[in-house]
Write a protein that binds this ligand. Sequence first.
Ligand SMILES: [Cu+2]
Length: 128
Amino acid sequence: MKKWLFFASVLCLVIVLAACGANSADSGNTGDKEAVQTGGAAGSELVITASNWKFNQAEYKIKAGETVNVKLDSIDGIHGVQIKNTDYAIANGKTVAVSISKPGEYEMICNVPCGGGHRTMAAKLIVE
Ligand SMILES: [Cu+2]
């Protein structure tokens, strides 16, 4: 009887230790993932969504001198973005690392002939 009790106690202890071990391993992994995600967010990203015939925002803001990964997503029609007074152009579905050192307002236009509203398809990029 005593032997059985001892065995049960050891078994409980093993289970508790295993659970603790598993938990700490899990939280360790989560920490790693968070670190990776934080690292990804540090290189900031700007997603511009284009449709017939507008961009999803009238204005987009980035910081002067900061490299921002600008992605263009066309959800309706095929569009492109050209940032005037810069060499930057972003094709549909592509991401371009944009870094503009001079603050100001830059006009962004669609650079793909996309139909009726093409010529009025524009937004502002504000570099602060
Ligand atoms: Cu267009």
